[in-house]
Design a protein around this ligand. Structure first.
Ligand code: PHE
Length: 354
């Protein structure tokens, strides 16, 4: 065997091994080393190419073709393997770096409506729809509006129905924090002639010790309708319509005889318990009914106090407790929750932003 033949045999064998190694290579470095070793300038292959010149014409051609074929085979194997390894590495990188889509996002804190504000708004909307207008009065009130014009002269025992905050001002007892929104009735009637159809939402104050059902500050919505021949049936119809609109079609209203100095006859209005639908449960103390407002026909003495002629006009009035209504509507069992400014509490009620 000639030297050249041996060299060529050697090349065949070593490139065969290189192909094997290339197929099994597990890193780019390995591939690079194989290329260096077998295709580089100092490789057996390079040496074989150089030796071609010493071969006779015919044989040179054949050997040259063979060497080229071997070189291309190894090159393409190395190239193919490199592409595969790179693709695998890329796939691993993507898996490793993939965003965790199950990670909860960070939500911006958006405020929510306060239940009292939301209820006030809903009540107001309802009565605006019936043609009422909204009236307002001061929270610091004169004795005249809070009591006297409402048929409660000084020393009238009914004044003790309301535990009043008086302001220390001269003359003592003349200025107070209004204990209800009824003084707005007087202010409205003093400033205009009938017909009157107003509601007066607002804050009221009573000298009560706070507990689950008492707060020294709370809200009422007063209603007043005065015209020729307004009847108790009008009051009932209005209140029943409101109760259905606010608590749902199935809700019912019940009128219980009661007493207020500024209405005659007077009633307290109950709504069928929203929790048990009237069956009796803890919310309603097994009664099936919950009190939500005081109401009645405007007392003639009140008309006289504002200069209306009670033989000409009649009217009805009501005053509802907004916190009471909000507690029923939203299932809140402690009135103090409305005033603690606890953001978690507001979150739980899930009211939309105002
Ligand atoms: N002002 C009364 C209260 O606060 C409620 C009421 C208003 C009753 C209007 C009758 C008429 O208790």
């Amino acid at each position: 065997m000639s030297q050249a033949e041996r060299l060529f045999e050697e090349v065949e064998r070593s490139l065969g091994e290189a192909l094997e190694a290339a197929r099994k290579a597990s890193s780019l470095e390995e591939l690079e080393a194989l290329a260096q070793l077998h295709l580089g300038r100092k490789s057996l292959l390079a040496k074989a190419f150089k030796s071609l010149g010493s071969l006779p014409e015919e044989e040179r051609k054949r050997a040259g073709l063979r060497l080229n074929a071997l070189r291309e085979e190894l090159r393409s194997e190395l190239e193919g393997r490199r592409a595969l390894l790179e693709a695998e590495a890329e796939a691993r990188r993507i898996t490793r770096e993939r965003a965790d889509l199950t990670l909860p996002g960070r939500w911006p804190k958006v405020g929510r409506a306060h239940p009292i504000g939301a209820v006030l708004e809903e009540i107001t909307e309802f009565f605006l729809g019936l043609g009422f207008r909204v009236a307002e009065g001061p929270e610091v009130e004169l004795d005249w509006y809070n009591f006297e014009a409402l048929n409660m002269p000084p020393e009238h025992p009914a004044r003790s129905l309301w535990d009043t905050f008086y302001l220390e001002i001269d003359p003592p007892g003349s200025l107070l924090m209004r204990t209800h929104t009824s003084p707005v009735q007087i202010r409205v009637m003093e400033s205009g002639r009938p017909p009157v159809r107003v509601i007066a939402p607002g804050r009221t104050y009573r000298h009560d010790t706070p507990d689950a059902s008492h707060s020294p500050v709370f809200h009422q919505v007063e209603g007043l309708v005065v015209d020729r021949s307004v009847s108790f049936a009008d009051l009932k119809g209005t209140v029943e319509e409101f109760v259905r609109a606010f608590f749902g079609k199935g809700a019912r209203a019940r009128f219980r005889a009661s007493y207020f100095p500024f209405t005659e006859p007077s009633a307290e209005v109950d709504v069928s318990c929203v929790a048990c639908r009237g069956e009796g449960c803890r919310t309603c103390g097994q009664k099936g009914w919950l009190e939500i407002m005081g109401a009645g026909m405007v007392h003639p003495a009140v008309f006289e106090a504002v200069g209306y002629d009670p033989s000409e006009v009649s009217g009805f009035a009501f005053g509802m407790g907004v916190e009471r209504i909000a507690m029923l509507k939203y299932g809140v069992d402690d009135i103090r929750a409305f005033y603690e400014g606890d953001v978690e509490f507001l979150e739980r009620l899930r009211l939309p932003a105002p």
